[in-house]
Design a protein around this ligand. Structure first.
Ligand code: M6R
Length: 366
């Protein structure tokens, strides 16, 4: 069942080249070089009317939603708010008919996400669901559904579901941008081309898993870890940090790098381990200055950067390079080493990787 892998989590990490292909399959019209969403039911006229989007989800799906916000805002020029479902449903959000609520849920059964969907519909908002389970409660009740087609995810720590959710956001963002004509044809084609390369690029990162295993061995006895980044890298940092604490039980915090000096910097001392993501060229200089600040206080930093950016080497202790891609797509690649760090750390600690303590795969109670 585990296809020769020691755990479902490792199997699912390695399945990502295939699950990503499956999420994209049939949704990119190669001949016309555009997005085709034949099964979505959200017609171009309806897309043109959307003035605001709420993205609502829990845990890892919420982190995918943070990427979704960047995608919709930068490609389709629609303002987006992202919220965790358990907050959203109790804060009396303002709705209008020109709004679209997007709920994200691997299982399609998360209680708070389902309740948020119902709350949105009750207030006149249409709901689009991004889910991995056909026929789930969320899939049945939503007005529109994008199935991620990642295949069953067994490990409690979500990996392939996350990357497929992020791909679903790219497809959706590009579709909206196409309809609203907020993206030039050449930019759209460049993005589509880069998307089709992602599965092979993930494969390539996975061939370097042993280097990550060595890094994991070096952090397994830490009592705390930090993940820092800006923009999309901050969203990925949150996911890397959640993944680590969920199965290794090491206390870990993700921080927007620019916020460090507003408090968290006080926790950095000699030997503190930090993973710093820097995949966004326009933020690179700012990241280097944040890294310099923490290194001056003794932090030991692993940098994660695109391979066409060699400057990071000078400011970090160790670097993990990932294949170059369009900046918007970098999260799909930069999250892979973070998934592997979390996996190998938990293995090194002898933890029950697939069934971490206190957690359930699907949270169907509030
Ligand atoms: O099934 P869902 O996507 O709605 O689940 C949401 C979260 O419970 C889930 O992503 C959780 O955070 C994962 N265990 C993280 O790895």
């Amino acid at each position: 069942e585990k296809d020769g892998f020691d755990h479902y989590m490792l199997k699912e990490i390695h399945e990502q080249p295939r699950s990503l292909r499956n999420t994209m399959a049939g949704r990119i019209d190669e001949a016309k070089r555009e997005i085709a969403m034949p099964d979505l039911g959200l017609l171009p006229e309806a897309v043109k009317e959307i003035e605001k989007i709420y993205i609502v989800a829990c845990g890892t799906a919420y982190h995918a939603g943070m990427i979704g916000k960047h995608v919709f805002e930068s490609l389709a020029h629609i303002p987006v708010e992202v919220d965790v479902a358990s907050e959203f449903r109790y804060r009396n959000p303002l709705f209008s008919q020109k709004m679209l609520t997007v709920v994200v849920s691997q299982s399609g059964e998360t209680a708070d996400t389902l309740a948020a969907l119902r709350e949105a519909q009750r207030n006149g908002s249409r709901v689009l669901a991004i889910t991995n389970v056909v026929g789930s409660s969320i899939a049945r009740e939503a007005d529109y559904v994008i199935t991620t087609n990642a295949g069953p995810e067994i490990a409690v720590a979500s990996t392939k579901a996350y990357t497929s959710q992020v791909i679903a956001f790219y497809l959706l963002g590009l579709y909206f941008a196409q309809v609203k004509q907020t993206i030039a044809a050449n930019e759209r084609e460049a993005l589509l081309h880069a998307m089709t390369q992602l599965p092979d690029q993930v494969e390539k990162i996975l061939t370097h898993a042993d280097e990550i295993r060595a890094y994991a061995a070096s952090i397994k006895d830490e009592s705390q870890m930090f993940f820092i980044g800006r923009g999309l890298d901050y969203a990925v940092s949150l996911e890397g940090s959640l993944k680590l604490k969920e199965i290794s039980y090491i206390h870990s915090e993700a921080y927007a790098a620019g916020e460090l000096k507003h408090g968290t910097l006080a926790l950095i001392e000699e030997g503190t381990r930090v993973v710093a993501l820097s995949t966004q060229a326009h933020l690179h200089e700012k990241m280097v200055s944040n890294i310099t600040e923490i290194k001056a206080r003794g932090a030991v930093v692993l940098g994660i950067a695109l391979e066409d950016n060699m400057e990071l080497h000078r400011s970090v202790d160790d670097v993990c390079l990932i294949p170059a891609t369009h900046p918007l797509l970098a999260p799909i690649l930069s999250v892979i080493p973070l998934q592997l760090i979390s996996y190998y750390t938990a293995v090194a600690l002898g933890n029950d990787v697939d069934r971490p303590r206190n957690l359930a795969k699907s949270v169907t109670v509030e």
